[in-house]
Ligand binder design. Structure first.
Ligand SMILES: [Zn+2]
Length: 168
């Protein structure tokens, strides 16, 4: 069974239906994540399925692919961060279940699970601690080692200052 995306799902009903959902969540629904990125427009394609795992524990499995616009911590220019991941989470699991299955759990409120919040939490956890371009030379002012004098070149804006300072 496949349905349109909603914000919340009644856990017992979706588990009973082994329900599968596919669609786009919008980043603007995710206030906490929006604070960590440069642009809060855009959509995140997600799929997820309610069901019981091999040990008959209620779980939710799925996939999301987010293309986020973030600030590179090295050059402070915008960059695209792609987080493309599968996930599997227990639903309303006890501490023992979390440890024995080695999976995190999400918790329903009055029997309903807020899937936007689940995906937002997953994305926040998946963000790298430091976001930087793959190119380690993206900041041209940092190319010289920090304890070295920058090379004096005619196209270097600091070259003029260097020559004005003189050597004595
Ligand atoms: Zn950069």
């Amino acid at each position: 069974m496949q349905g349109r995306l909603q914000q919340t799902y009644k856990v017992t009903r979706e588990l009973g239906n082994n329900a599968y959902f596919e669609g786009n969540m919008s980043l603007s629904q995710m206030a906490r994540l929006s604070e960590l990125v440069l642009a809060s427009e855009g959509v995140i394609p997600v799929t997820f399925e309610f069901g019981y795992n091999a040990f008959q524990h209620a779980s939710i499995k799925g996939h999301y692919e987010a293309h986020l616009n973030v600030e590179c911590q090295r050059c402070l220019e915008p960059m695209e961060l792609v987080i493309d991941q599968d996930f599997e989470l227990l639903i309303d699991a006890s501490e023992e279940d979390i440890q024995s299955f080695e999976l995190d759990s999400v918790y329903s409120t009055d029997g309903y699970l807020d899937m936007v919040e689940v995906i937002e939490d997953e994305l926040i956890l998946a963000l790298p601690i430091i976001m930087m371009h793959e190119n380690t030379n993206c900041n041209k002012y940092l190319q010289a080692a920090p304890d070295e004098e920058p090379p004096v070149e005619t196209n270097n804006p600091f070259a003029v200052l260097q020559s004005l300072k003189g050597t004595d």
